[in-house]
Ligand binder design. Structure first.
Ligand SMILES: N[C@@H](CCC(=O)N[C@@H](CS)C(=O)NCC(=O)O)C(=O)O
Length: 245
């Protein structure tokens, strides 16, 4: 990937429709206009460890390659990009501190939301149940978004421009869409604005075009509730899909 002429950096992911930890890194790249090449190495049935270890020291995605430099973990990638592209975090110090805390809270928290509402932007799901822990995490997301929008004046979480904190919450915006999560009005308006962003629209379009499924991820969705709409392209063969990028 480093030898692609137009791209300065390359980023590797497991699936466009899963797109959960990749989003922050890819969206910061897209929003800052940093040329990058993406490569899809599909999740393997069972474990992706062996195939992902070929390019990622943790055996996980996303992983960014910049020439000979390997940068892994979404937060590490975003900080790496922010060193060269200051617009990745807000210019205002208070907004920057808030944005970093909120992004860190997302990166290391919301365990129930991640476990029950697994990432898949190509389907719509009616949850079988909303346990209290999930309810309180959804409420916390709304609280954080409202706080950021009110304190820094919107339309983005930390002010007038899109920054890394918006990228970190992009997967939550998509999860809210997939699972019909109830958000307070201003949080719902923010989510609607985010879904209009070209980078998110482009990723969703790619996800919908995927013709392969990872059975483990499909089973996780079925355990959470009933699939009421599947907007993805018809199922193809994994072999076909692996021949792409
Ligand atoms: N904290 C890491 C989490 C990385 C992670 O868990 N990635 C998942 C995909 S969302 C993965 O690679 N899983 C490997 C697998 O499913 O086999 C980050 O934010 O980069």
């Amino acid at each position: 990937m480093a030898d692609a002429p137009a791209a300065l950096v390359g980023i590797i992911m497991g699936s466009s429709s899963d797109w959960s930890t990749l989003a922050p890194a890819a969206e910061v790249l897209a929003e800052l206009g940093i040329p990058f090449e993406e490569r899809l190495v599909p999740f393997q049935e069972g474990s992706s460890w062996a195939s992902f270890r070929m390019f990622s020291p943790t055996g996980r995605v996303p992983c960014l390659h910049d020439g000979g430099t390997v940068v892994w973990d979404s937060l590490g990638i975003v900080e790496y990009l922010a060193e060269r592209h200051p617009g990745a975090w807000p210019a205002d110090r208070a907004a920057r501190a808030w944005a970093r805390c909120a992004a860190a809270e997302m990166h290391s928290g919301f365990e129930t939301l991640r476990r029950i509402c697994t990432m898949n932007c190509g389907i719509r799901v009616r949850l079988a149940a909303i346990p209290p822990e999930l309810e309180s995490e959804i409420a916390r997301v709304g609280e954080l978004w409202n706080e950021g929008l009110e304190r820094f004046g919107g339309p983005f979480l930390a002010g007038r421009t899109f920054t890394a904190v918006d990228a970190f919450f992009a997967p939550v915006v998509l999860r809210a869409q997939t699972y019909g999560l109830g958000l307070a009005p201003s949080a719902a308006e923010y989510a609607a604005r985010m879904l209009e962003r070209p980078a998110i629209q482009a990723w969703q379009a790619e996800a919908l075009a995927e013709t392969w499924r990872e059975p483990g991820h499909e089973a996780e969705v079925r355990a959470a509730g009933r699939v009421i709409a599947d907007l993805r392209a018809a199922l193809g063969t994994k072999a076909e899909a692996r021949a792409t990028p």
